[in-house]
Every structure is written in C-alpha cells, then in structure tokens.
Design a protein around this ligand. Structure first.
Ligand SMILES: [Fe+2]
Length: 144
C-alpha cells in the first residue's frame, strides 16, 4: 500500500482537528511501512499499533467531548463510528501480536489490513467527522 500524503481536501479548517488528523496520517504511515516490511514480525510493529490505538482513542474522546458539550445532533452516529473504527484497529492487533500473528500473511489478510486503513479515511475524515467540523464552525465556538 502506498504511503498517505496530507491533502488540502482533508482539512476541516479547525486547527486542533487538523493537527490531530495530520498526526493520525503520520501514524498510519508507520503502520503501512511496518506492514510492508519484515518489521511486521517484530515487537516494534506491535508497539506501533498500540500507539495508534492510544492516539485515536485520545482524538475520538476529544471529538466526543465537544460533540456532547455543544449538542451536536449527530453525536450518537459519531460515537458509533468511533467505536467501529477503534474495534477494527483492535482487531488488527491479532495480526501483529507476537502471540497470535501468523507465520505468513495471506493476501486476504494483507487486503483486510488495507481495507481497515482506507475505511478510517472514508468514514472518519470525510463522513461524520466532516459533518461535526461544519457544525462546530456554525456554532462559532472554539475547541482547543
Ligand atoms: Fe477526527
């Protein structure tokens, strides 16, 4: 899978969200790199997945906090979307953990990992998250 590059179309123009999304793209690139190389079989790749899940949890919590505070009408959808994405990445731990990772990755497994990464983008960056960012801008409130 090709590395991801930050694009204008990813911008929500809310600094705190865009900064965190940039960091997410950076962490995804670390996953993509480890996933394409033999480092997939090392403890390092397990740590990369852990770091990623920790960061998206922090990011999702921030979004949920402000969505709740300002009564975003799509709050339930946002939380559900976040839970689905977090679960998808949690399931990736199975493929990276030293206890459960397969000796060789089948093409189906590799495809699954790619889908999880692409799904995050489509659902999170361009779906409900975009709606949330537009809502925040309409409210003329600051999130930090
Ligand atoms: Fe987000």
């Amino acid at each position: 899978m090709k590395k991801l590059h930050w694009k204008e179309e990813f911008e929500t123009h809310i600094d705190v969200i865009d900064d965190q999304h940039r960091k997410i793209v950076g962490l995804l690139n670390k996953i993509i790199t480890s996933h394409e190389s033999d480092s997939r079989h090392t403890l390092e790749s397990e740590a990369i997945i852990e770091e990623f899940i920790e960061y998206i949890t922090f990011h999702f919590n921030m979004e949920e906090y402000y969505a709740s505070k300002y009564h975003f009408p799509g709050y339930n959808n946002l939380v559900e979307e976040h839970n689905i994405i977090r679960n998808m990445f949690n399931s990736l731990k199975y493929y990276y953990s030293k206890y459960t990772r397969p000796e060789h990755y089948s093409s189906t497994t590799v495809k699954y990992i790619d889908i999880v990464i692409v799904e995050l983008f489509q659902a999170h960056f361009f779906g409900i998250d975009r709606e949330f960012a537009n809502f925040i801008k309409e409210q003329h409130v600051d999130i930090i």
